[in-house]
Write a protein that binds this ligand. Structure first.
Ligand code: DP6
Length: 332
């Protein structure tokens, strides 16, 4: 059967950084994010006797559709294998993934890709699973943040103590709060160090324990800020959390720098904007690009302000959106 699914990227307010179980992708801390309505991956998968081997085709933003044979194919086929085994199916598959935003630059492309892949595969394999189980199966694919792209709106991924307790739950639907993410792409080049490496190295930072110790309080504050729709409370915590992640990365052995000098330029500009009365807060995932969280009515002013800067490649703006879903239109 051939099935297509669409899943959003998400931006983490409290970030997942480090795992206590690599094989099962069990995170060292719970994390909270917002799904992004405008940034997504669409995936079509077909299982059929006519395929002698799995074929994986990916179209990255601004590039042509390519058949991939490298590590990307391995990651995708490992997830398909896991689901095929569960469904007791041996047929090979053709899978096509199309992204509408740059990949591997800290904008959550593997989150949308693995969520869409898992949802489409489960449906094509006739695996009847609920959202909780879908988020667990997505997590097992290795991109932990993808777990959060399954549900709608504002989502928490619980750390859990066993695989069955580490899944995503909804904190609020997308319609709850009209906030925007203005994404400033300062570099669309693929990052040199993957998040995978960053998660592994986190433990080598002498400050990692301090980060984990401060997170339970931050999680409470961020849940409250979402519930109360308080951007100032959310903003303070999300900036601290992003800096904490990057500080851990920079003080890991060997160190990892995801940030570029333009990232720092933007952060300083955001402080200037705040002094001018525009409530805008920054966060960065494992990449140099900056996500500015603001109320919806300010996003066009912020976009116009940064569009003039020479170091900006592209700007995306997105509100919160729904999680992964099956769609009618097939890619092949
Ligand atoms: C910094 O392992 O989920 O985005 O390497 O893209 O698969 P990929 O990501 P993943 O780690 C993401 C870490 C993060 C923070 C977050 O989204 O929580």
């Amino acid at each position: 059967m051939k099935v297509s699914a669409q899943a959003p990227a998400n931006i983490a307010f409290v970030k997942y950084w480090g795992k206590y179980n690599d094989a099962l992708t069990l995170p060292s801390n719970s994390s909270i994010s917002m799904n992004l309505a405008e940034l997504h991956t669409i995936t079509t998968i077909e299982f059929s006797e006519k395929y002698r081997d799995d074929i994986v085709e990916i179209e990255f933003f601004g590039q042509r559709l390519k058949v991939v044979t490298d590590q990307k194919k391995v990651r995708v086929t490992q997830q398909i294998d896991r689901l095929r085994k569960k469904a007791k199916v041996t047929k090979r598959a053709r899978v096509m993934l199309i992204n509408n935003f740059p990949a591997e630059s800290g904008i959550g492309s593997s989150a949308s890709a693995f969520a869409a892949l898992t949802v489409a595969s489960c449906a094509a394999l006739d695996l009847h699973v609920d959202r909780k189980e879908l988020s667990i199966l997505t997590r097992l694919g290795g991109s932990g943040s993808a777990t959060r792209s399954i549900l709608d709106g504002f989502v928490e991924w619980k750390k859990g103590t066993l695989s069955k307790d580490s899944y995503a739950t909804q904190l609020a639907p997308a319609s709850h709060w009209d906030i925007h993410d203005v994404i400033l792409v300062v570099s669309s080049k693929s990052k040199k160090s993957s998040s995978l490496e960053g998660h592994k190295l986190a433990k080598t930072s002498p400050y990692y324990k301090a980060r984990l110790a401060e997170l339970p309080r931050r999680l409470v504050l961020v849940r409250q800020a979402i519930r109360d729709k308080s951007l100032s409370k959310l903003g303070i915590e999300l900036e601290k959390d992003a800096l904490s992640l990057h500080f851990i990365a920079m003080t890991s052995t060997p160190p990892i720098w995801y940030l570029e000098s333009s990232t720092i330029e933007v952060i300083k500009e955001i402080y200037t904007l705040r002094n001018q009365g525009i409530e805008a807060y920054f966060t960065m995932d494992a990449g140099p690009n900056i996500h500015i969280i603001c109320v919806a009515k300010d996003s066009s002013t912020i976009k116009a302000y940064f569009a003039r800067k020479p170091y900006i490649e592209t700007i995306f703006v997105s509100g919160s959106g729904k999680g992964a879903s099956i769609i009618e239109k097939h890619l092949f």
